[in-house]
Write a protein that binds this ligand. Structure first.
Ligand SMILES: Cc1cc2nc3c(=O)[nH]c(=O)nc-3n(C[C@H](O)[C@H](O)[C@H](O)COP(=O)(O)OP(=O)(O)OC[C@H]3O[C@@H](n4cnc5c(N)ncnc54)[C@H](O)[C@@H]3O)c2cc1C
Length: 480
């Protein structure tokens, strides 16, 4: 059996490269692909060696996800769900004996797993969930309903979030996680949802009223809110790996298409507008590549639970990479014309499959507002006047080097409306992304100076666009 993560990644790259027609099937890829990933050791990359895995560094896990995303966006999401939302939280926070048992069972029986947070009435408001737990003989009773969890009806193990039911019947403020098996009594997958994309990953509604052994609660009997944020932030920032692999593929597909496709007697690549789209897609690829490398280095340096990474950094990386991924998919489709609208090609599938990345793991609209609100609050508290000075407070975000650029001196004045905060959050995120690209480019030879210059140019233009929109935006009201 292959015994390093690097070798596993190379084998998986080779295996997937030969199966693009299967991976691009409109019906989704068959289960045999998942079984083959298991056989090639993919899931061992996320599991510590003491439990039969090959995990050494978080960055290697991101390398596997990014490589997979190049071949299939949905397959990389499936790996991301099972790793960031189940295997790695279990490896970090489960009771040692449970951890060993569950991870061994997962590998032996070649299973799938995920996380259930979202409920029919509580999605963005994840702390408002109504799934409850209470102590009973030998453990806990967990009751509730969850929907939209990736791999619903297919996953064998789940991390289920719940709030403590107090004696009064009221629910506690904090959220805990429980390991629940899909084959246990009281677990019922009730309805499959006809999702608009990501067809290989099933979604739906699950209800449960289950007994969970005491040692199947993460973090022991106490609640550790830091674990919740650690899990969420790691998972959120890891999306950069999917965006990196997928944008790279979209650029390769678009560049090939534009070179070959002849319109009005000359290749599409000869037209300025096509070049403009290709350049924007390539800039997106550069930013996502840098964000993925940056996330890997950051996560490698944070081992202990008390060093959980800053939410601001995770939010900025998530919103920027998912928006750029969607932009690249939209441009990819536009450049392919009618052929871009096919469900049996990477580009056409990415058009729908990349869209929910802007919704799950924190809706981008909400995260942009949170980013702006946090920084505006800090600037006010610390008496800081400019964007540059305020961002420089955050060790998790390298400040951009933009000499004599008015962007750096942008005032941190209060944003008086939600729409303005969202726009300011977008601006802050792209500004912070410049710093990330510059820092990664200092040591990463894949980021050639021309690519870096073009990506920074693109991000700067986006910043200016958002600033312009803040002052000129459409202000009419919805008329009910
Ligand atoms: C493909 C896919 C995969 C998913 N995978 C998982 C999974 O594995 N596990 C899991 O638990 N869940 C998963 N989800 C669920 C996802 O996390 C939720 O859909 C998401 O959190 C949004 O919740 P909601 O659908 O209830 O929308 P709502 O909370 O109703 O929000 C709807 C929209 O309203 C807007 N909005 C919300 N609040 C505000 C606000 N304060 N201000 C302004 N606008 C706001 C946002 O634009 C948001 O997108 C998945 C969803 C999809 C589509």
């Amino acid at each position: 059996m292959t015994d390093t993560a690097t070798a596993v990644i190379e084998n998986i790259d080779r295996y997937l490269a030969k199966r693009h027609p299967l991976l691009d099937s409109p019906e989704g890829f068959p289960r045999e692909v998942v079984d083959q990933l298991h056989a090639l050791g993919a899931f061992r990359v996320f599991i510590p060696p003491e439990h039969g895995g090959l995990y050494r560094r978080y960055s290697e896990s991101l390398g596997l996800i990014s490589t997979t995303a190049y071949h299939s966006l949905e397959l990389s999401l499936m790996l991301g769900i099972t790793s960031s939302l189940f295997l790695m939280p279990v490896a970090r926070y489960a009771h040692p004996e449970t951890r060993g048992r569950v991870l061994a069972d997962f590998l032996d029986r070649r299973l799938l797993a995920g996380m259930m947070m979202t409920e029919p009435d509580y999605g963005t408001n994840i702390m408002g969930i109504q799934t409850s737990f209470r102590a009973e003989a030998g453990g806990y009773r967990v009751q509730g309903a969850k929907h939209w969890a990736g791999l619903s009806g297919v996953g064998d193990y789940w991390l289920v979030s719940a709030r403590k039911a107090r004696a009064s019947g009221a629910l506690g403020r904090d959220v805990d996680f429980f390991i629940v098996r899909a084959d246990q009594p009281g677990y019922r997958f009730e309805q499959r949802y006809p999702a608009a994309g990501l067809t290989s990953i099933s979604y739906g509604l699950t209800r449960f009223d289950v007994h969970v052994p005491a040692d199947h609660k993460l973090c022991g009997p106490a609640t550790d809110i830091r674990a919740l944020y650690d899990i969420l932030n790691r998972s959120r920032i890891s999306i950069a790996a999917i965006a990196a692999g997928a944008t790279r593929r979209l650029v390769d597909e678009a560049a090939r298409w534009c070179a070959d496709r002849v319109v009005f007697g000359k290749p599409l690549a000869a037209y300025e507008q096509a070049q403009h789209r290709l350049a924007a897609m390539q800039a997106a690829g550069t930013v996502c590549h840098a964000a993925c490398a940056y996330a890997g280095a950051l996560l490698d340096a944070h081992h202990a639970p008390e060093l959980f990474i800053e939410m601001l950094t995770a939010n900025i990386v998530k919103v920027t990479t998912t928006d750029l991924l969607q932009m690249a998919a939209q441009s990819g489709v536009q450049l392919r014309g009618g052929q871009g609208f096919r469900k049996d090609h990477y580009t056409g599938k990415a058009f729908t499959d990349s869209r929910p990345f802007q919704i799950f793991e924190g809706s981008n609209d909400v995260l942009y507002e949170a980013i702006a609100a946090q920084l505006i609050g800090e600037a006010r508290k610390l008496g800081l006047g400019t964007l540059r000075a305020t961002l420089a407070q955050h060790p998790g975000l390298p400040p951009p080097v933009l000499p004599a650029d008015p962007l750096c001196d942008l005032p941190m004045a209060t944003a008086d409306s939600q729409v303005d905060r969202v726009l300011f959050g977008k601006l802050i995120s792209r500004y912070a992304a410049i710093g990330i690209v510059q820092q990664v480019a200092a040591t990463d030879r894949a980021l050639r100076p021309e690519l870096v210059a073009s990506a920074i140019d693109y991000l700067r233009a986006e910043c200016e666009g958002f600033q312009h929109e803040r002052t000129t935006r459409f202000r009419a009201r919805f008329i009910a």
